[in-house]
Design a protein around this ligand. Structure first.
Ligand code: FEO
Length: 174
């Protein structure tokens, strides 16, 4: 059984992951409209990954005998100045998500919940990758600047990204 404090914190995180999914789908729609289908693909895959994160927390709460409570998902921005602005926003957002995950770990430690700490370790590692990928793309887009051929090449590269289901979802027998 999981503590009420952790249950509430996990439910809040499910909502935060769904909000992240919504944000990235909105960025995908913006990039599609701006003429970058490959970058839109990158964000559409990010949308699926965030839903996986929400599902992992959902499954975990159920497996610990907790109760999932879904609340309304807040609205998200719909316009950015450029794909670079969208990736700068992505990096800033992922840093916030990292602090949410770190806060969850702090609560799990305070509650002496070792199982929760073990599950959270995957998210802590995942956040290192999330921030790294956002920074890489910010750097690439800054390097490209307003070079049209550079944007064409990057868009082609990001069109090749394929969705891979998150590891904990693939390994649990749900
Ligand atoms: Fe669910 Fe992008 O972290």
């Amino acid at each position: 059984m999981i503590s009420k404090r952790l249950q509430d914190a996990i439910n809040a995180q499910i909502n935060a992951e769904m909000w992240s999914a919504y944000l990235y789908l909105s960025m995908s729609a913006y990039c599609q409209d701006a003429g970058y289908p490959g970058i839109a693909n990158w964000f559409a895959i990010q949308f699926k990954e965030e839903q996986d994160h929400a599902q992992i927390f959902y499954n975990y709460l159920v497996s610990r005998g907790g109760r999932v409570i879904l609340k309304a998902i807040d609205s998200v921005e719909t316009e950015w100045k450029s794909p670079l602005a969208a990736y700068e926003h992505t990096y800033e957002h992922e840093q916030k998500v990292t602090s949410l995950i770190n806060n969850l770990m702090t609560i799990a430690i305070e509650e002496n919940d070792y199982a929760m700490q073990s599950r959270l370790q995957w998210f802590i590692d995942e956040q290192v990758e999330e921030e790294e990928h956002a920074v890489e793309l910010v750097q690439k887009l800054k390097m490209i600047g307003d070079n049209g051929y550079g944007m064409y090449q990057l868009d082609k590269e990001l069109a090749a990204r394929v969705y891979v289901q998150a590891a904990p979802l693939a390994t649990t027998a749900d």
